[in-house]
Structure formats: C-alpha cells, structure tokens
Design a protein around this ligand. Structure first.
Ligand SMILES: Cc1ncc(COP(=O)(O)O)c(C=O)c1O
Length: 452
C-alpha cells in the first residue's frame, strides 16, 4: 500500500530495500543485546521491528503498514516525523549548534520560557534527557527543601526507572494482596538490585484513597508525594472528584512537596498540563514525552523558591543537577518547535476524534455483546474489559479481563491497527490522525470483535 504523507510517498518497497525481516533483526539483536531489545518494557510479542513512521502510520521491517495508537508510549502528539519539528532540528544541525558543554545557549532558555509561559504553576525550569531523570531531581529538591527522606508513590503509577519510584505498577494482587486502606502496600520493586535502604523511604498507597495518604503521613517523615494526576500507565484512571484538592491540602498542612508527574498528561491534554484542567497547582511538575514530539527531553518546573535549590547559596542545601546532554540543542529545538506548533493547534479537534472513538467503540462492544468500557482523557484512551471504568489498580486487577484485552490487541495488530500488545496500555491519538484513520480503525475493530 502506498501512502502520501508530508509530501513524500512512502512505499513498502522503500521500507523493504536492503531491510532484513523483523525476525532476522530480532535474531541478530539477541546476539549482542540481552533479550534483543534495549528497553525491556518494549520486549513484547508479536516481535515486530518497526523501521519507519510518518504521521499516524508506522511501517515494520517486512513492509507492513499500521495505523499507530501506541505512539511510542505517547510522545507523538503531532504524529511521527513531523515536518516542522524535523525542520527545526535540521536547522540547529545545519547551523552548527552542537553540544558545547559550557555555559548556556539560546535554545535552553527559549525552551524553558515556553514551559513557564504555558504551565500555570511553573516559574523556573531545568531540563534533562528523560522523564525519569526529571522525577529523580524533583524528589531531590523535595528532600533538600524538607530535610526529610520519605516519598509517597501510587500503586499503579509509573514515574520512571530509578530506586525511589520503580515499584508497584501492574503488581499481581496475589503478590500484594487485597486493597489496603488505610495503610501502605508491600513494596515490590520493578528491578533487582534496589537496596532495601532505598525502599525504606518509599511508601506505596492506593490511588483515590486519602485515608492511606494521611496514615502514611502520620507514620513517617514525608518529603514528597509524587503522582501522575491521571494514572496513565495502567490505562486511564481518573482522580475522583476532590481527590487532587485534598492531596494539595494535606501536603500544605504537613509541609510535604506535591509533585505532579505530567510526563504523560503534560502537553497532551492541554498546553498547561492536567493542572490547568483540574485547577490544582503542584509545587513541582515534571514533563517529557509530548513536549518534544519524540525528541529526547525531560523537564522539571515549579515555583522559583523550589527550583532555586539548584543554585542555593548554602552548598549543603544545593541540589546537584548535571548531565553531558542536558538541553542538547537538538532536543531543545524539537521541544521548542513542538510547543510552538501545539500552541496554535486545535485541541478541540483532537478531543473530538477521541470522543468519536470512545462513542463508536462503546457501541461496537455493545453490539458484539462484550462487556467493555472506555476511559478517556482527550486524545488518550483505554478499553477496559469490565463493566465500568476503574478507580484504582485493584479494581483493574480484580475485574479486567487481561487475556481478552491482549487477544483484542493482537487481533487488531494483525489487521494493521497498532496498540501496544500489553493489557491496559494507553492508546494515543495524534493531530496527524485523520478521519480516514478513525473510520478504518472502527471498521477493523468491528471485524475483530466478531472473531474474538
Ligand atoms: C508518567 C511517567 N513518568 C515518568 C516516565 C519516565 O520517563 P522516561 O521513560 O522518559 O524516563 C514515564 C515513562 O513512561 C511516565 O509515563
């Protein structure tokens, strides 16, 4: 199939030229990469090696084309290979704006200024390469500010791969037991090699459960509470009415730093992040993903009184942030171009595509007699194979049909609709998705539901 995109015809032949098959690529990579894939979260069956993306479509090494809703775990808000973002990146390269590693540059200032302009709680910004680095540094600021060590995270939330936060996401309930309230969950790190001493300072509570937050705050000296304001690593789990405000009030009362991890919500649901939608202002916010439409960057932002810990006059209070590649002109150019393009983009159109998918998928599931409900925030959605949208991880673990979810995803992939084939992973629509894409998705979903 040929496709005309951004003025360029991409054909299967182009993809196949001198390209080994997915199978061969996996076989070769396994010889030199543990498991064959450099990020273990990406190692998933069916084993597909993707080699090209354009707009809302991606192509694998065998030349098969897919409408993409995975969006590489969600950075692609403008679609793959956006011509304006690429042109901005190409320009800094052509201009010789390489990494200097000394002093500042105009791109990091421009990038920070755009974040300050759009995100209501942010007065100052630091830039990293990834979301994980950004959450790491946000927690460090909280500890420096409070002189305490404890951190509260959410069961079912993901805030990156480092020791303070990499635990208890899609934890089997036979491992952590039933819902705990008030109290904290048994800690199940996502990785071996995490020292017990690191886990001592982390406390995992249930999302949408204020009693557990109070309970943990009563027991321990807590520096920070970090959460995705919508849990988007187990689909789309919304905060219940009043929950975020109550968290804000509790943090104020106890002197705890409230960190919103807006790596997935920021610049996807609104230019001002989810905080601009819910009206609750965190002390610190963390961004990544959609901020640069696929170029590698993370950001920490907040009130100057917090951010200035990076330059605190007392060396004992000063928070270290360093990184050879922090604010690389390429990443900054990608972020600046993305934010500028998004600032004049029609988010209502994006949300309308989301609404259409939600409404029509709901009808399709109903017609097929399959119990399913669709949770959505704007352009991000998740089909839950249960009779309502969930309130927390335990709700999902106890009621969602995981096997059916994965069968559904694999059947869609067969038909050329790419969702990450792991149950509850978020679907993301981009500005590059067209009405044709949505119609084709719905028609193929109808076929899939008949064969499930
Ligand atoms: C909410 C959230 N926070 C933090 C991260 C970590 O970001 P990165 O993968 O860029 O380190 C992720 C990644 O998926 C995320 O979804």
């Amino acid at each position: 199939m040929n496709r005309l995109s951004a003025g360029k015809i991409i054909t299967n032949a182009t993809c196949n030229k001198a390209m080994p098959s997915s199978k061969t690529i996996f076989q070769q990579n396994r010889k030199v990469i543990p498991g064959g894939v450099v990020s273990v979260n990406r190692a998933i069956a069916p084993e597909i090696a993707f080699v090209r993306g354009q707009g809302s479509h991606v192509w694998d090494a065998d030349g098969k084309e897919y409408i993409d809703y995975h969006a590489a775990f969600a950075p692609f808000i403008l679609g793959h290979n956006d011509p304006d973002v690429n042109a901005a990146v190409a320009k800094v390269i052509a201009d010789g704006a390489t990494l200097m590693g000394s002093g500042t540059n105009p791109w990091e200032g421009h990038c920070a200024a755009l974040i300050v302009k759009h995100v209501p709680s942010v007065e100052k910004v630091m830039l990293t390469n990834t979301g994980s680095e950004a959450t790491y540094h946000a927690i460090r600021i909280a500890r420096a500010h409070t002189g305490r060590n404890g951190v509260i995270v959410m069961q079912g939330g993901y805030n990156g791969w480092h020791n303070d936060v990499a635990l208890n996401v899609m934890t089997p309930t036979d491992v952590i037991g039933p819902r705990v309230s008030p109290g904290e969950y048994r800690k199940i790190p996502l990785s071996a090699g995490v020292p017990d001493s690191a886990l001592d300072d982390v406390h995992v509570v249930n999302f949408n459960d204020l009693d557990s937050v109070r309970w943990v705050m009563d027991q321990y000296d807590i520096a920070a509470l970090i959460l995705e304001p919508i849990l988007q690593n187990i689909g789309i789990v919304h905060p219940q009415a009043g929950y975020l405000q109550e968290l804000r009030d509790l943090c104020n009362a106890r002197g705890v730093v409230l960190i919103f991890d807006e790596v997935k919500t920021g610049f996807r649901h609104a230019m001002g992040g989810y905080q601009s939608i819910c009206g609750i202002m965190p002390d610190l916010s963390v961004f990544g993903k959609a901020i640069a439409n696929g170029y590698p960057i993370g950001a920490i932002g907040g009130r100057a009184s917090f951010m200035d810990y990076f330059v605190h006059e007392n060396p004992a209070k000063r928070v270290l942030i360093a990184g050879t590649y922090n604010a690389h002109p390429i990443s900054c150019a990608g972020a600046i171009a993305t934010m500028e393009k998004l600032a004049s983009a029609d988010f209502e159109h994006l949300y309308a595509m989301g609404e259409q998918l939600e409404t029509e998928l709901t009808t399709l599931f109903k017609e097929a007699g399959i119990a399913a409900s669709i949770a959505r925030q704007g352009s991000a959605f998740c089909v839950y194979f249960m009779d309502r949208t969930p309130v927390d991880w335990h709700d999902i673990a106890e009621h969602h049909d995981f096997a059916l979810d994965e069968r559904y995803r694999r059947a869609l992939i067969e038909k050329g609709i790419y969702h990450f084939p792991l149950a509850t992973k978020q679907g993301s629509i981009s500005f590059a998705h067209s009405q044709t894409d949505i119609d084709e998705t719905l028609s193929k979903t109808r076929d899939v539901l008949q064969s499930l």
